[in-house]
Write a protein that binds this ligand. Sequence first.
Ligand SMILES: Nc1ncnc2c1ncn2[C@@H]1O[C@H](COP(=O)(O)OP(=O)(O)OP(=O)(O)O)[C@@H](O)[C@H]1O
Ligand SMILES: [Mg+2]
Length: 286
Amino acid sequence: MLFGKRKSKDNSRPETESAGAAVAGAVEEAAAEGLSYGGGITVKEANLHYGDFHALKNISIDIPEHHITAFIGPSGCGKSTFLKCFNRMNDLVPGCKVEGEFTIGNVNIYGSIDVNELRKNVGMVFQKPNPFPMSVYDNIAYGPRTFGIKKRSVLDEIVERSLKQAAMWDELKDRLNKSALGLSGGQQQRLCIARALAVDPKIILMDEPTSALDPISTGKIEDLCLELKNDVTVVIVTHNMQQAARISDKTAFFLLGDLIEYGDTSQIFERPKDKKTEEYITGRFG
Ligand SMILES: Nc1ncnc2c1ncn2[C@@H]1O[C@H](COP(=O)(O)OP(=O)(O)OP(=O)(O)O)[C@@H](O)[C@H]1O
Ligand SMILES: [Mg+2]
């Protein structure tokens, strides 16, 4: 499930509010505590173990807001594991232990926080498009409904805004009541991005979002990422070096659980400092 249930007291919000206010209302509680997910992601000395296996080794990184950051590296180096730390998806893995400091905006995300609130602010898109078996409209409205928004006109506004943000409104406005499963793979993936956008996240994590897509759909998602960074921070895992070079501002290269090199994408691809980075980006291994 993408979002957990809100606490019941928040489900009784009046139904007269605007879409923006309604979604914003979902973060009222956090804001009242002075918590804000607006800002970059800062990680200090992160270590992650799956049981005895040391999957992430002493990683520190500063990911700037409103930029696209790419994670690259050979299979099994820990890219997905690290990405999932940012919305505590690894909490769901038995035997997984996360250490170190993870701050998003001004929130210590491994402190005593509302994890549903975290996942509302830090959305995720997976390799394989995973629309819910329901209509296009209901897919997008799912998250907002979970946060207690019931009024049709408010949901209509959110659905339209999210599909426009994902550059899909014109394509789908006449198919809102059709099953999302009838869309093409590329459309399904952009729908999943629209679904993530419906709850106004600050960050979107994408784990190889185009690896199952054809070049045209891939291009649409890349264009979308470039548009989105005006509104959200994007962190994308990719095996496609051209993709990382095309769309990302920063690139982090991982190898066997270590962060080998991190910097501006142009520097990583044109003047890598570490020999292992150079070998990877020139295709000599991985
Ligand atoms: N739930 C788990 N339990 C135990 N080990 C795991 C688990 N998930 C991942 N690992 C191990 O952690 C390491 C990092 O895995 P991860 O999935 O993060 O790699 P990745 O860089 O995303 O690889 P890929 O490019 O193939 O997706 C691998 O050795 C993997 O086998
Ligand atoms: Mg992975």
